[in-house]
Design a protein around this ligand. Structure first.
Ligand SMILES: CC(C)(COP(=O)(O)OP(=O)(O)OC[C@H]1O[C@@H](n2cnc3c(N)ncnc32)[C@H](O)[C@@H]1OP(=O)(O)O)[C@@H](O)C(=O)NCCC(=O)NCCS
Length: 190
């Protein structure tokens, strides 16, 4: 991964192929586009958990973004044309030395092209560049195979399952907790 700063974004270039992604601060005007990526309550809960609701998503994201300085760091991922292609959030806890990675998404038109891997490499770098991060944690539903594969590829390990932890239209979803320690991240980076 090669990194350089350009046009307000930090660019991450893949080792092979022509893909590269720019990571910049999330902006309020990204919210409209982000909301188009989710077509149902299930889509929203799969992406962001049960605290957000599809019917009120745009307003809830504006409200969250307004207090983002206390809620965590929101990131937008763009391609060379400046299109929004991805999003993630890092929430650092300076007391526990844990950072949470959440709200990971690649826009539907850009999935299965390797952007998730590059975006997540960038997210890990942002998380561990801060010396406060001793461990990085995320939660993912057990049926979300593309997400689990992407996380495992970067070294996240399954640490446990919160069985039937989210109710979704008469069904209960299992939440997998995954973690990556700083020592594991540094060993993999070499
Ligand atoms: C999760 C997400 C970010 C992954 O992005 P992506 O662009 O699809 O990811 P990739 O192309 O890197 O695919 C990841 C892996 O899953 C595989 N994969 C992709 N779609 C798949 C599918 N439907 N079934 C099985 N495997 C699949 C890919 O082949 C790849 O495997 P590999 O590591 O062996 O090459 C994207 O699917 C997304 O935004 N989903 C909706 C929001 C969401 O669920 N976010 C995660 C919240 S925890």
């Amino acid at each position: 991964m090669v990194m350089n700063a350009e046009s307000g974004a930090i660019w991450f270039k893949g080792e092979s192929g022509n893909s590269s992604v720019g990571v910049r601060a999330f902006e309020a005007q990204d919210i409209g586009e982000l909301c188009t990526w989710f077509g149902s309550e299930a889509d929203v809960v799969q992406w962001a958990g049960p605290k957000l609701s599809w019917h009120t998503l745009e307003k809830e994201l504006h409200d969250l973004f307004d207090v983002s300085s206390s809620a965590g760091d929101f990131f937008s991922v763009v391609n060379k044309a400046g299109d929004l292609i991805g999003h993630f959030q890092l929430t650092r806890n300076r007391r526990t030395h844990q950072t949470d990675l959440s709200r990971v998404a690649i826009g539907p038109a850009y999935r299965n092209k390797g952007y998730a891997d590059l975006m997540l490499q960038a997210a890990l770098q942002f998380a561990f560049d801060d010396p406060i991060t001793h461990r990085l944690e995320l939660r993912v539903f057990d049926f979300n195979v593309p997400a689990i594969k992407a996380y495992e590829r970067l070294g996240f390990q399954v640490e446990g399952v919160r069985r039937q932890s989210v109710h979704m239209k008469g069904d209960y979803w299992n939440t997998i907790v995954m973690g990556l320690l700083r020592s594991e991240y540094e060993t993999r980076k070499g």
